[in-house]
Design a binder for this molecule. Structure first.
Ligand code: MG
Length: 213
């Protein structure tokens, strides 16, 4: 798909870890005192309907249903209001994660960076200021709901996250921010269909295939 006009895929992909209390708890982590940031490479992106490939290096690949924020302006050092104005729209994101490698590696580049580990789509949908609080995100595997989170329960809200990231690095049109996953992450196996839905924004569905497929 065309991600935003003139761009076939996101620029940098900035992710927030441990942004929902119940998810932090399910992995045995404390909530961070500032947003915990990491990056996924743009080469990891797949769109609605494309396959997620389980890599041979991992035995525990998991789904993470997330609300994605797409940046529409070049911004640096902004307040929350300017941050919200810089948002082009919202998308579904599956921050696919090799949980075993996340645990054993000291940082998350490999666990989060495999090809096909960032499912995004189906379209970038704009919202009026403040409406992000009404968003919900749902993760399903083979039609069974595994995750159901509300943006209102985020530890750091979306404008604060965008402003925080822009205090570190220039955000540019087409950059994607994955705002963290609610509780209920779980394994993906070959043959599964994993869906991420944000009511009012859309749904993506991706088949999961095994190594070598
Ligand atoms: Mg995540």
């Amino acid at each position: 798909m065309e991600f935003i006009p003139g761009l076939n895929r996101p620029g940098k992909i900035v992710c927030v870890g441990r942004n929902y209390a119940l998810h932090a708890a399910e992995l045995g982590n404390e909530l961070p005192t500032e947003p915990l940031l990491f990056l996924k490479p743009p080469s990891a992106v797949v769109y609605d309907g494309e396959t997620i490939v389980l890599p041979p290096q991992s035995r525990q690949v998991e789904h993470e249903a997330e609300i994605g924020v797409v940046i529409g302006a070049t911004v640096r050092n902004i307040d929350s209001e300017e941050a919200e104005a810089a948002i082009a729209g919202y998308v579904c994101v599956n921050d696919v994660t090799a949980r075993d490698l996340q645990r054993t590696d000291k940082q998350w580049t490999r666990a989060k960076g495999f090809d096909t580990f960032c499912a995004v789509g189906p379209a970038v949908v704009p919202l009026e200021p403040g409406r992000w609080r009404e968003l919900e995100v749902i993760g399903r595997v083979n039609g069974v709901e595994r995750q159901h989170g509300e943006a209102a329960d985020m530890h750091f809200g979306i404008p604060a996250i965008v402003a925080y990231i822009a205090s570190v690095m220039t955000l540019e049109p087409g950059d994607l921010i994955a705002t963290g996953t609610p509780a209920g992450v779980g394994p993906l196996t070959a043959g599964d269909i994993v869906e991420i839905e944000i009511p009012g924004i859309g749904t993506i569905a991706n088949p999961v295939v095994g190594p070598g497929a």
